[in-house]
Design a protein around this ligand. Structure first.
Ligand code: IPE
Ligand code: IPE
Ligand code: MG
Length: 251
């Protein structure tokens, strides 16, 4: 499997919770203020900074953020263009801060449809932050969970010697990760979505099989360190049974 520059990343490198965020509500945040939607995206970047900074102190080892879905290409060209400029600016401006915080950044999803300047900014940010060992920050850009599974299936079928024996979940998980051009990461523990909608919008479908789901009405730009702390607290109060029986009651 071809991870190129990310090949040194191991699934156990970042112990701690894997929290995934569907960062929704930027447009509505702006519209409520009479601002253009892009102002909401810009403000959303500030929220990203806040939660990246808060994550290690909350026991989070991996943070996966949904920044741009494969379906978001359907949006008006001007909004898509503004988002691409924002990614590039964020990636360039953030390297020093991420390095100071020992954060390793990787981007997952398709790369081939992104503007060249964004691709270059990604490569550079991944390289410059590769030694980070406190938090693995994963940003999904041009990502679709179903496509990752589809591509993984095609790749596995082309490589297996015995197509009649399905791969184990562990083996297939590594194909799913590779299909989204990312190193394998632990399964999602907590999947939270802001903005009030209660759907997955094609995010991390395989990886979230047993994730605890949390839907917040808060719009993404209003997210603070406290929002994340509350989310983690709510997560710890859940009883994860994975199909078994409760550990709490001892039954
Ligand atoms: C999420 O905010 C950010 C992206 C999808 C890029 P939205 O832009 O979807 O905001 P709403 O849902 O329209 O408020
Ligand atoms: C999901 O938000 C994608 C991201 C947050 C990047 P959308 O706003 O695109 O989702 P839908 O269209 O409401 O399902
Ligand atoms: Mg939305």
């Amino acid at each position: 499997m071809d991870f190129t520059m990310q090949s040194s990343l191991n699934v156990r490198d970042f112990p701690g919770l894997h929290v995934a965020c569907i960062m929704d509500g930027n447009g509505r945040w702006a519209e409520r203020r009479g601002l253009p939607r892009t102002a909401g995206h810009r403000s959303g970047v500030e929220a990203v900074r806040r939660i990246v900074e808060a994550s290690p102190g909350l026991g989070i080892g991996t943070l996966s953020l949904y920044a741009f879905s494969a379906d978001n290409w359907k949006r008006p060209e001007a909004e898509v263009g503004a988002l691409m400029v924002l990614f590039r600016t964020y990636l360039r401006a953030e390297i020093a801060r991420l390095r100071r915080g020992h954060v390793r950044l990787t981007v997952f999803g398709r790369r081939d449809r992104l503007p060249e300047a964004v691709r270059m900014a990604i490569t550079r940010a991944e390289w410059e932050t590769r030694k980070g060992n406190r938090l693995h920050l994963r940003i999904a850009v041009d990502y679709a969970g179903r496509d990752a599974i589809r591509m993984a299936a095609a790749r596995w079928a082309s490589e297996t010697k015995d197509p009649s024996a399905p791969p184990s979940r562990e083996v297939f998980a590594s194909y799913v990760a590779a299909a989204a051009h990312c190193p394998e990461t632990p399964p999602v523990d907590l999947l939270m979505r802001t903005g009030g909608e209660q759907r997955l919008s094609d995010f991390l479908l395989w990886e979230s099989a047993y994730a605890e789901l949390l839907f917040l009405n808060t719009l993404w730009p209003d997210v603070t360190a406290q929002t994340l702390a509350d989310a983690v607290e709510a997560f710890h109060s859940r009883d994860r049974r994975f199909g078994g029986l409760s550990r709490r009651t001892g039954t």
